[in-house]
Design a protein around this ligand. Sequence first.
Ligand code: MG
Length: 250
Amino acid sequence: MNKFLFVDLDDTLFHSLRKCDTRDELRPIAFLKDGSANSYTNGRQRAFLAMVGQGMTLIPTTARDRDGLARVDYPFTHYRIVDFGGIILAPDGQPDPVWLARMRDDMATALPGLRQVLAVIDDYARRAGMPARARLVEDLGLPFYVNVKDPERDMARLDAIEREAVAPWLAGQGGDFCLHRNGNNLAVLPKRLNKARAVEYLQARLRDEHGEIMTFGMGDSRSDARFMAACDYAIIPNGTQLSALTVGAL
Ligand SMILES: [Mg+2]
């Protein structure tokens, strides 16, 4: 039986240097646009990758866009889910046309709301004298989500943006949107854009191609839980937001 691992990348398979234990033997695995390394694996993470790479097919399921995925030094050769599920790349690297058409319609519907929350965040940050600015993240010409980080990694400022600007908007006009927050990363996504939808679509496609399949889901964030729940088995790395909320809390 074919086995597939739908796997988040950042903070699941590797970490940025800031989050690494420098006592580990670290090796670079992901790079910035200027070519400098910004994410690393430790020995256990490399052993994990070697182990799962033998028995199953890895399908990255990531918020990274196509460029960001290309800057990860791992030979993903099968389907790839990028942009929080907004784009599914086929094994030949081309976007799945059926999924792309669906997302084009969904994101056209979402665009006015995305522009609205972007303005709400920027207005709040400016009035509060914060340096953070929101940006609309696009890929293949489709708008997907609004992202904001604090340039000085000041979590209190990002907490305030979440509490004072984003939460009231979500509770009012933003009913079709949701929040993803993990550390210095705050994103507002259309509810139609989520990894679980893309994983479910792709699982149906894989069953058509292979018959019965076995699926694993693996991720570190609260927002990964839904796509992991759509798989036969879930794998949660220890020391993550999701492990603290689930097995760690129990
Ligand atoms: Mg992650």
